[in-house]
Ligand binder design. Structure first.
Ligand code: UD1
Ligand code: UDP
Length: 369
């Protein structure tokens, strides 16, 4: 019997990390894989779906400008209710820790539909950091039937919360599947990089950094580029207005700082490859950059991705002016320190996570038949 599995994508990173799973499930003759886009992100989501040639079967088009979390949550739950009633899937999969994922897990719970959580078990242990993502993933984890954990330490986090070991599968992170599927390609950038300069790539979007912390981050970037005439900054700015307005105000006028709209996934990977150093508060970038041998200074005080920090290729600097400048300056000045962080390791996966997830689902359905 053919089983219906709905794969949900809401934001850019979910689409990147779900794409390999969707493509793997679509190859399974015994599974009818349907793609549900909540479109919590609109442009950012569409960019990624185009790259992987994925066409949503259902699109909730939920994004509104600067939408409040409670409105987003309430609208998602109501729309998901309709979809689950109409579609009656045998299983639903979602990835990560966004509002989309938390509401999907909850809607599945109410409808008694088995929910599989991809990238399960990431924790900081602090509900305020990252906000609201720590709460989202704790809720999703409490409600999931299958926990697809990327690493052994994420499995341990789930065991500490009382999840049955038989429901946890360490698969690796599908972000590495996506990255390896494109990393060998050379892609044109939509702008020219000044030759002979070392490029610092920046991304930032975390809600807990809005306001003064994000202003500190921008001032530190400005200070770094002013102190180091052999550097340039490329910063694709997240469209969240709380980020965009501040970034353009503080950094918009420097000749060696290139602010631009978010890059498509392929040019962004190309940009990571061409960077000397990355400053980011992004989860996905913390996972991808080590695999490309690029040091990352994380603009947060804590991370739910401790593996690369333990490997010494990612370092936490917080949204702290002096620490960002000090640590980045060390990497610009000290070649040995730089080489230590640019070793190229991949603690998050081997590129086969999606095949493992598809295999586990197929096995489950085969046993049920
Ligand atoms: C969201 C997720 C965050 C994830 C991040 C990845 C939540 C609460 N937050 O944060 O966990 O790490 O995505 O990028 O789930 N916008 C656009 N166009 C887009 C996307 C966003 O204009 O394509 C603007 C809109 O004004 C939107 C706002 O950004 O209302 C905020 O979007 P939202 O999804 O709520 O939060 P993000 O900060 O993007
Ligand atoms: N990314 C992209 N274009 C950009 C910036 C990031 O394609 O301009 C990709 C990046 O390679 C990574 C993902 O988006 O896979 C990270 O998304 P984001 O930082 O928005 O979210 P997070 O990972 O923090 O949830």
């Amino acid at each position: 019997m053919k089983r219906k599995v709905i794969c949900v994508v809401g934001t850019r990173p979910e689409a990147i990390k779900m794409a390999p799973v969707i493509l793997a499930l679509k190859k399974s003759a015994d599974i009818d894989c349907r793609v549900l886009a909540t479109a919590q992100h609109r442009h950012l989501l569409d960019q990624v779906l185009r790259v992987f040639e994925i066409e949503p079967d259902i699109d909730l088009d939920i994004m509104r400008p600067n939408q409040a979390l409670i409105t987003l949550t309430a609208r998602l739950l109501l729309d998901l209710d309709d979809v689950l009633l109409a579609e009656k899937p045998d299983a639903v999969l979602a990835q990560g820790d966004t509002t989309t994922v938390m509401t999907v897990a909850l809607a599945c719970f109410y409808h008694k539909i088995p929910f599989g959580h991809i990238e399960a078990g990431l924790r900081t242990g602090d509900m305020a950091n990252p906000f609201p993502e720590e709460m989202n993933r704790v809720v999703a984890g409490r409600l999931a039937k299958w926990h697809f954990a990327p690493t052994e330490s994420s499995r341990q986090n789930l065991l500490k919360e009382g999840i049955d070991n038989r429901d946890i599968f360490v698969t690796g992170n599908t972000v590495i599947d996506a990255l390896l599927s494109v990393a060998e390609r050379t892609t044109e950038l939509p702008f020219d990089l000044a030759p002979g300069l070392r490029t610092i790539l920046v991304t930032a979007h975390r809600r807990e950094n809005f306001g003064a912390p994000f202003e500190n981050i921008c001032r530190a970037i400005l200070a770094l580029v002013e102190r180091n005439p052999d550097t340039q900054v490329v910063y694709p700015v997240h469209p969240n207005p709380n980020v965009k307005d501040v970034a353009y105000n503080i950094l918009g006028n420097h000749p060696r700082i290139k602010l631009c709209d978010p890059l498509d996934y392929l040019p962004f990977v190309e940009m990571m490859k061409r960077s000397y150093l990355i400053l980011s508060d992004s989860g996905g970038v913390q996972e991808e950059a080590p695999a490309l041998g690029k040091p990352v200074l994380v603009l947060r005080h804590e991370t739910e991705r401790p593996e690369a920090v333990q490997e010494g290729v990612v370092r936490l600097v917080g949204p702290d002016f002096s620490e960002i400048v000090r640590q980045a300056q060390t990497l610009l000045d000290n070649e040995a320190a730089y080489r230590q962080m640019a070793r190229g390791v991949s603690p998050y996966g081997d590129g086969h996570a999606a095949a493992r997830i598809a295999g586990i689902l197929r096995e489950h359905f085969a046993v049920c038949d």
